[in-house]
Design a protein around this ligand. Structure first.
Ligand code: ADP
Ligand code: MG
Length: 324
């Protein structure tokens, strides 16, 4: 079971969108996925249309009352994709838990108590902060994915987050690592994304995913319809990009994926690198803990020679989900 937290102390950088659509992409490939909503704003819970009665068990009860995660789990419309929902009570948890012994390990214990073999992936979505809830994430999840909006100020936030991860790693969770940095909301018309990514790659190397998630209005519309992108707009660039991310992850985990071929012998897989300025993918992502050189407090962006930008929105047909 891979246990991944999606973190960034900044809001609006695609964390929830990534948790939902990566989870859906993995479930569509036959993986059993549990999404845990640790954000008091409940965006993930709402996005997937999970309706909570006032006294329905939520992740808050797991932390505060010690009920099991299993008691909270709700299925979604997609087979293999389950949600442990949040409710607004989670907002009080930072204050309530402040004096509790072992508070940073509560989620870790709850995830360890899941029945063995029930899930292949646990993906935890976080609020935009670096408080106790995020500490719970770093104690519970050995792998951290950071969604990174490719703009100048993102670099400073990334350096801050990397230093906190390092502190938690050396303090309470030696297996903790930043396993992936995912460029999100990438604009097709600016060179800035490329410049920012060059800098990030200089420090984090092949931990930066080759896949980029482009800006795509369908991704922004899908939550309003309480659907993930593969049900809402299966032929959109957003569906293409999250499909490519799932493929990149599964490829790097060493588990070969069956290639489905149609009658003409062509596979339904998307091109993994639809953008013109994509770099050559690394042969495989490291499995063990890999630490890059520390990120300086301020990262200087050096101008790069001009190169063609990815000026297409890449709408590409995909077959409908068999489960949709
Ligand atoms: P976070 O969880 O980091 O706060 P969200 O995933 O909620 O961020 O995204 C913030 C907003 O941007 C949401 O309205 C979401 O629908 C939208 N959004 C996320 N990713 C994309 C994208 N690639 N293209 C267009 N809109 C996006
Ligand atoms: Mg969110």
């Amino acid at each position: 079971m891979r246990v991944v937290a999606i973190l960034n102390q900044k809001g609006g950088v695609g964390k929830t969108t990534t948790a939902v659509n990566l989870g859906a992409a993995l479930a569509r490939r036959g993986r059993r996925v549990l999404l845990i909503d640790m954000d008091p704003q409940c965006n993930l819970t709402d996005h997937l249309g999970v309706d909570l009665d006032e006294d329905a068990p939520s992740v808050y009860d797991v932390l505060a009352s010690g009920i099991t995660l299993e008691e909270t789990i709700r299925p979604t419309a997609t087979e293999g994709l389950d949600v442990a929902p949040a409710d607004e009570d989670l907002a009080g948890v930072e204050v309530e838990m402040a004096g509790w012994p072992g508070r940073e390990a509560l989620l870790r214990k709850a995830i360890h108590a899941l029945p063995e073999g029930r899930y292949d992936w646990v993906i935890v979505d976080y609020p935009p902060s670096l408080g106790l809830l995020s500490l719970n994430a770093m104690a519970a999840c050995p792998e951290i994915f950071i969604t990174l909006q490719t703009e100048y100020f993102a670099l400073r936030g990334l350096g801050q987050l990397a230093r906190i991860v390092e502190m938690v790693r050396s303090g309470i969770h030696p297996e903790l690592r930043i396993a992936g940095i995912l460029p999100t909301l990438v604009s097709p018309v600016t060179n800035l994304a490329r410049e920012v990514l060059e800098e990030v790659r200089a420090h984090f190397g092949d931990r930066v995913f080759t896949t980029r998630i482009r800006q795509n209005v369908r991704l922004a519309e899908a939550p309003g319809h309480q659907q993930h992108i593969f049900d809402y707009a299966p032929h959109s660039a957003g569906a293409h990009d999250y499909e490519a991310l799932a493929e990149e992850l599964l490829r790097s985990s060493g588990i070969p994926e069956p290639v489905e071929e149609d009658a003409n012998g062509s596979s339904d897989r998307p091109d993994p690198h639809p953008t013109a300025d994509a770099v050559v993918p690394p042969p495989g992502r490291p499995e063990g803990p890999v630490e890059g050189p520390p990120l300086p407090k301020e990262v200087e962006i050096k101008p790069l020679p001009d190169a063609p930008t990815n000026g297409k929105s890449g709408e590409r047909p995909r077959p409908e989900s068999p489960t949709s």
